[in-house]
Design a protein around this ligand. Sequence first.
Ligand code: IMP
Length: 202
Amino acid sequence: MPRLGPKDRLVIATHNPGKLREIAELIAPFGVEAVSAGELGLPEPEETGSDFVENAVLKARAAAEAAGLPALADDSGLEVAALEGAPGIYSARWAGPGRDFRIAMERVERELTGKGDRRAAFVCVLCLYWPGGEMATFEGRCTGDLVWPPRGDQGFGYDPIFRPEGYGVTFGEMAPAEKHRIDHRSRAFAELVPAVFGDPDG
Ligand code: IMP
């Protein structure tokens, strides 16, 4: 698989500002030049896949082919055990067209009414796709439980109701660096690093 080095340009195939900020922070130490799908004016493909992997691949492929550059896409979401994994790949859609996550978090809480099991996991699949068609996917998970009412204003999406296992605070109450030490996106990224930034001879 091709490697990425300091002079290479990499498209971050997302239009979600929260994800863009977090992915930009993760790749910063590797010195590649990151450019976002938004900056390049790339269209946002419809997420028609039936799981995180399919959606990550279709987003990365669309960006790589449109830009003629390697592209990194993230498909992620919250899986709630008592809701059979919902909202899962529909996590963004539960927030409605205005992407109001207060609405999405309230729906989760409403659907959990009367259910004792509050376990949940954030899942992230990263896909790196080269214009020639080579690609790889990497997955990370972070387990925890859901609290109500929402707590904290850090992060994005469902962060204020998700308390990672072993912690008393939600992602919404954690400093970004602390969240990145344990979250699903940095775990997927830890899988990606040796495959993509590693020394091909090393
Ligand atoms: P998609 O991958 O664009 O379909 O959107 C995934 C959705 O999952 C986001 O819009 C968020 O609602 C949610 N999500 C993914 N990662 C996180 C996270 O780190 N914190 C909070 N919500 C997240």
